[in-house]
Ligand binder design. Structure first.
Ligand code: ADP
Ligand code: MG
Length: 351
């Protein structure tokens, strides 16, 4: 299913939560929307799911839901039925006759099988899905007896058994241990790929969003500021705020980047002194190389060991920058030269 959202607006009281949101989702793709808490991610999902109304704007769904009814699932905190075991939780949606017809592709004009036979079909289908989601040995357990990761899989199986045209995931990792998040992201990605279902997740778990998404949208101030391929949005953010949301970035003014070396092509110099302010570059913390150099323009202020990397605070022209390195071989106080590997040139005419 393709989705095309135009000019979506939503206010609660005098707080404008969604302000002219535009969003296009391609058929079969996985997009994640990330953004700070309270920015309106759940509100956006609820409106797409039809749980809440927008104040204005349009949501176009292709194929047209009138001719081919989509099923849209949202789960937040899994919302399993506590009094039903795993098998009955997964089977729940198939009890509905419309869903049953669609799941087993039985045309409207054809009679449904007798109730008992239907029940057998539903349970067999649910067991197949349970096996596929690695919860086949939990069919008789109740939600209270499951770990968070197992509940998550039951919730996913319950949604996917209905063959949804669109899957909406609200904070799919919120209740999982950090150690389980990445594994779950890969699992969701694999399942999504196998079924080819268009999926939109909202999350604030960045590594997980990178691991499972085709594209990521950053939502700030009520609209989607940038929607781009995972690698592109990370490496070429549209502005400093988007960049900073995906990990530390450094903003170097022209006067300072002028004193750095560049691994590739350096930025074009500003035309004159007065224009220099608008010619800053954005550089990720891991795209700055430090080279010990007694006559270098910068100096190491602090060093923090962070396991997979070492974080340095570096001073250049009175400003502080964050640098990630694999080695810890530079001590505070060391003079260093700076080499810039990758950057985004923010070329603003009138700033
Ligand atoms: P997110 O999911 O990005 O954290 P939400 O969409 O849940 O954000 O909420 C966005 C803003 O809208 C928040 O300020 C929240 O308090 C407000 N909000 C959400 N739902 C309601 C509601 N039903 N009534 C009033 N305010 C709401
Ligand atoms: Mg939310």
């Amino acid at each position: 299913m393709e989705i095309s959202i135009r000019n979506l607006n939503k206010a609660f009281g005098d707080r404008q939560v969604l302000a002219n949101v535009d969003l296009d989702i391609r058929g079969g793709e996985f997009i994640s929307i990330i953004g700070p808490s309270g920015v309106g991610k759940t509100t956006l999902l609820n409106i797409i799911a039809g749980i809440a109304d927008a104040d204005g704007g349009s949501i176009g769904l292709k194929p047209d839901p009138a001719s081919w009814e989509p099923i849209i699932m949202v789960f937040q905190d899994f919302l399993l039925f506590p009094h039903l075991n795993v098998r009955r939780n997964i089977a729940y949606g198939l009890q509905n006759r419309v869903n049953f017809r669609r799941a087993f592709t039985i045309p409207d004009e054809q009679d449904l099988p007798a109730r008992k036979e239907r029940q057998g079909m539903i349970f067999r289908r649910s067991e197949e899905y349970a096996a596929h989601f690695d919860i086949g040995d939990l069919l008789h357990k109740y939600p209270a007896q499951l770990s968070a990761g197992q509940k998550q899989r039951v919730a996913l199986a319950r949604a996917m058994v209905l063959n949804p045209a669109l899957l909406l995931l609200d904070e799919p990792f919120a209740n999982l241990d950090p150690s389980l998040k990445m594994e779950t992201a890969r699992f969701i990605r694999r399942i999504q790929g196998e079924y080819g279902v268009t999926t939109m997740a909202v999350t604030h778990d960045l590594p997980e969003a990178f691991a499972m998404s085709d594209r990521i949208g950053v939502m700030l101030d009520g609209s989607i500021r940038q929607l781009d391929d995972v690698e592109r949005i990370y490496r070429f953010p549209a502005d400093e705020q988007v960049g900073a949301f995906l990990g530390p970035v450094n903003l170097l003014p022209a006067a300072s980047w002028n004193r750095c070396r560049f691994s590739g092509e350096p930025p074009a110099p500003p035309p004159d002194e007065s224009a220099a302010d608008g010619h800053s570059i954005l550089v990720r913390a891991e795209s700055i190389g430090l080279e010990a150099d007694p006559r270098g323009p910068a100096s190491v202020l602090r060093r923090r060991f962070r396991g997979t990397l070492v974080e340095f605070d570096v001073e250049l022209d009175g400003a502080e920058y964050t640098v990630f390195r694999l080695d810890s071989d530079l001590d505070p106080g060391a003079r260093v030269g700076i080499r810039i590997k990758d950057y985004v040139y923010l070329h603003k005419e009138n700033s």
